[in-house]
Design a protein around this ligand. Structure first.
Ligand code: NAP
Length: 262
């Protein structure tokens, strides 16, 4: 299926690895020019080279920096001639006991996982509406729908973003001009982050890593983790011309792990 987004420009944040990289790969396959970001320049340049190999016809620009910092956001935006597609992503806040978190801990989580995507949306949504095309994807987490106790910072910050976006996506100033905003909620995806978490769980429980991996895989009816490639493919579809009537949705990708009917 031709997604009809060839020649568009996408800013894909936090995309040197994992889910962000999966989104960038899928968009590049569709002929979308991309600006990718991450803090570590080495992995970012390596990913940029891989993307150029996937599709030599597209432009790939890499901007190193912490997307939570205003100057890095400005650099990323400046590298993108126009942002037709924005994929908001960043690292997740650390787990822990909320009694240990002070105000600064909360502000850091809110800043990176709620206010940073809102700042970027603020910069790009007006021109998107003027051009009559815009796709905004926020990578959040299944924890928005099924909160996990030790991930309180993530539950709180991402729910704040979800609530804000639920209102904004339904503003007809943008929705009537073919600008959509959707959230993608990953369950467990086989990325570097998940691998680190699995090692942590194994160390804490004293169980073998293999046992922990098997047990976690079975928490999804699919009995496996998702892949960044399949996550990226859904992202590309949501960014396509065909998805213009999908707006304001929270798309759960968890192999059916969430047990509710809706
Ligand atoms: P990952 O494999 O660790 O990749 C994270 C990517 O984001 C890397 O490219 C990293 O590069 C970049 N990054 C992190 N913080 C950044 C920052 N402040 N500014 C710019 N780039 C930054 O992680 P992932 O599994 O793809 O997770 C992506 C998001 O999905 C996270 O928010 C995570 O909490 C959420 N999530 C993931 C899963 C899962 O199962 N994988 C489940 C639920 C939610 P640098 O470190 O070099 O910056």
């Amino acid at each position: 299926m031709d997604l009809v987004i060839q020649g568009k420009w996408a800013l894909v944040c936090a995309a040197s690895k994992g889910l962000g990289k999966g989104c960038a790969q899928a968009l590049v396959r569709e002929g979308v020019n991309v600006v990718i970001t991450a803090r570590g320049d080495e992995a970012l340049q390596k990913t940029a080279a891989e993307l150029r190999q996937i599709n030599p016809q597209v432009q790939v620009r890499a901007v190193a920096g912490d997307i939570g910092q205003a100057p890095s956001r400005a650099q990323a935006l400046a590298a993108c001639p126009q942002v037709d597609i924005l994929v908001n992503n960043a690292g997740g806040p650390p787990p822990g006991d909320f009694r240990q978190w002070d105000r600064d801990t909360w502000l850091a989580a809110l800043d990176l996982n709620m206010l940073t995507p809102i700042e970027l949306i603020k910069e790009v949504i007006g021109p998107m509406a003027e051009r009559g095309f815009g796709r905004i994807i926020n990578i959040t987490s299944m924890s928005v729908k099924a909160p996990i106790d030790i991930l309180g910072l993530s539950n709180g910050a991402r729910s704040g973003l979800t609530g804000f976006v639920a209102g904004l996506s339904r503003n007809s100033e943008f929705a009537s001009r073919n600008v959509t905003i959707n959230n993608m909620l990953p369950g467990m995806f086989d990325t570097e982050r998940l691998q680190k978490t699995l090692v942590q769980w194994a160390t804490q429980s004293g169980d073998t890593l293999d046992h922990v991996i098997q047990a976690r895989r079975r928490t999804s009816p699919a009995h496996r983790f998702g892949t960044a490639e399949e996550f990226g493919a859904v992202c590309a579809f949501l960014c396509s011309a065909h998805a213009s009537y999908i707006n304001g949705q929270n798309i759960l990708l968890d192999g059916g792990a969430y047990p509710g009917s809706f």
